[in-house]
Design a protein around this ligand. Sequence first.
Ligand code: BGC
Length: 454
Amino acid sequence: MSGFLHEVRANGLVTRIAAIAAIGGFLFGYDTGVISGALLFIKKDLQAGPVVQEFIVSALLVGAIVGAVASGWSADRFGRRNTKIVSGCVYVVGALGCAFAVNSEMLIGFRLLLGFSVGTASFVSPMYISEVSPPRIRGGLTSFNQLAITTGILTAYLVDYFFRDLPGNWRWMVGVAALPGAALAIGMLTVPKTPRWLVEHGRDDQARRVLEQLREGADGDAKQELEDIRHGVTESRGAGLRDLTRRQIRPLLLIGCALAVFQQFVGTNTVVYYAPTILEDTGLKADAAIGQTLAVGLTNLVFTVVAVLLLDRVGRRPLLLTGTAVLTCALVALAVYFASDTVAQAVPWLALVALVVYMAGFAVGLGPVFWLMISEIFPQSLRSLGMSVSTVANWTANFAISVSFLSLVGAITRPGTFLLYAILAVTALLFFAARVPETKQRSLEEIQRELQPR
Ligand code: BGC
């Protein structure tokens, strides 16, 4: 653990740059968390019925899918840094538009725009960080993004809680997010373009200068790294969308998409979006349920810190496998709790404990590892495309799980739903054990060489 902290101190500049880029993750998390509380007031204020409410919630997810598609192209064409600057600006417009919405249609329109920005930021942030980080601490630094997502979710819960009695409450809740949006756009103006993007665009001299600056005097490292990057770029130059289905790339795409879909199909956002509802069903009053939801959000944050500290030391695989096994057990416990009145009466605290354990398992494994892995496994010239496709898969699965949760509970009951998630989690575990590689402490180019058999 201290190894990571020591390296972070020695790489102060890269760490600062990673923290700025991770603001993209904060925007992602804030929007994920804010709507559950804001909706309680929006529905009264804008007289939104259940269907309109669903549109308000899911507009963000639909926008994110479109954003993830568009930014794969944009990150290659205009660069990771510029794409993030635009994403921050779009976010400011989206947040202010939502805050001043005069009717549901306007709110839905601006939530779509917000989603567009969030979808972009969701993968260009980890991509940017992984491309500027030294291999020794790439896992931890790239997971600053997931740390920012969880901080965003928790901040949103707190903002919802504290703004609830303010006049114009929901407008403040959604509007204050313009501030971090502006911080992202302005912050990204102060950081360099990634060396890999520069080499890809024939700007090797600039790439060398950036690398020297980033490696802070470790010239040998910078020279060797530049050589590796050049090599990686030459090897994969000219690759396009069709190459994603090439024999060597297909297994990587399968890993990216499987991590993406399983990250959602184990029910994460059911917990993030519906934790108060789940807890209220255990007989808690609304206020207590919201308080306990904060505990779930805090657990997510704390265990993501643990992941950041451990990813480069113990590796991605052990954390992914252990975390998924832990969350599977928690899902089974939730199923048992809701299936049996006797259990629910004997151990009334089981639901909360299971939710907390679930979140801890997710936060040390699938949460950060998905975003990290997709930034590591694809070759240079297919990185944007590969990440973009995996991210679209993630947002689509997020959408599917979010809109189906309540109907699923109606159709197969609550224990049935948690059991289904548990079965999917076991499937995920088997897949991860068989197919997900270890990528710690290796350069992105080394990973490519190893993952693509000739
Ligand atoms: C997932 C989100 C989720 C969040 C929870 C992210 O990695 O992609 O869908 O809401 O983690 O912490």
